[in-house]
Design a protein around this ligand. Sequence first.
Ligand SMILES: NC(=O)c1ccc[n+]([C@@H]2O[C@H](COP(=O)([O-])OP(=O)(O)OC[C@H]3O[C@@H](n4cnc5c(N)ncnc54)[C@H](OP(=O)(O)O)[C@@H]3O)[C@@H](O)[C@H]2O)c1
Length: 257
Amino acid sequence: MENVLITGTTSGIGKAFAEKFASMGNNIILVSQDRQKLEQQQLYLQNQYHVTVNFIAYDLSKENAVDLIMEQICNWNIPVDFLINNAGFNECGLFSKTDISKEIKMIDLHIRFVTQLTKRILTIMEKNNYGHILNIGSTGSFIPSPSDAVYSATKAYIMSFSNALYGEYRHTGIKITLLCPGATKTEFARKANIEQTLLFKVAVMKPEQVVKIAYPKIVRGKRLIIPGLYNKFLIFCSKIMPLNITNKLTMIMMNNY
Ligand SMILES: NC(=O)c1ccc[n+]([C@@H]2O[C@H](COP(=O)([O-])OP(=O)(O)OC[C@H]3O[C@@H](n4cnc5c(N)ncnc54)[C@H](OP(=O)(O)O)[C@@H]3O)[C@@H](O)[C@H]2O)c1
C-alpha cells in the first residue's frame, strides 16, 4: 500500500487514475480546486475501496500552492510515495487572439507548480531512495502546435523535464515516467472550446482506457508511455515530417468541423 498524491482528480484522466490507484489498495491524496466535488470523491473512494482518502482544495496556479500542499501533508504526516502531476487545462486559438491571463495561469500550473512540487517531493523520496513520479505530457509535447502554441510549449517542457529526471534517477529507487495521451474524452476539450475540432473527432480515447493501458507500464517504471496506436502514429509522423507540413496538418486538426 502506497500514498499517492494526484493533482487534478475531479474529472478526466486524474479521476480515472484516482479510482485505479484506490482500487489497487493505495491511500490517495486528491488535489483539485472544487471542494464539493472533492468531498464527494473522497466519500466515494473510501466507501468503495476502503482506503484512506484526503483532499486539498486549491488553485494550483497560485504562487503559494506548493507550500500549502507540503504543509498539509506534513501535518497529516503522510509520506508521499507516488506523485502524479496531472492537473492541466488548455487555452486554444491563434496566439494573437488568445487570453494571455489564461496562458500565464497555464504556464504557472504546467511549469512552475510542477517544477516546485516535484523538487519538494523528490527531496523526501531521496531520503528513502524510494518513490515514483508520473508526469502527464501530451502528444503536443512532441508537436509544436499552431493554434495551441502555449499549451504545446508547456507540454514540451514537461517532456524535457521528465526525460532529464529519468536520466538523473534511473539507477536509484526512484522512478520517473512520462505519459503522453492524445485526444481524450474528458472535460478538457469542452472547457477549451475545441470539442468540434478534427482532433477531437478522430480516435478519441476514454480516460479509463488511457489509464488501463498506462497502469501496468507505470508499475514497470517505463520512461515514456504513449497510449493508443493512433497517437503513436501521430508522434512518429511528427518526427519524420518537415515542420512546415506538421504545422499545416496541426492547423487542420485544430479547425472546427
Ligand atoms: N483530454 C485530453 O485530450 C488530453 C490530451 C493530452 C493531455 N492531457 C492532459 O491530461 C491532464 C488531465 O486533463 P483531462 O483531460 O483529464 O482534463 P479535465 O477533465 O479538464 O481535468 C483536469 C483536472 O485538472 C484540475 N485543474 C485544472 N486547473 C487547475 C488548477 N488551477 N488548480 C487545481 N486543479 C486544476 C481540474 O480540477 P477543477 O475542476 O477543480 O479545476 C480537473 O480535475 C492535463 O494535464 C492535460 O493537459 C489531456
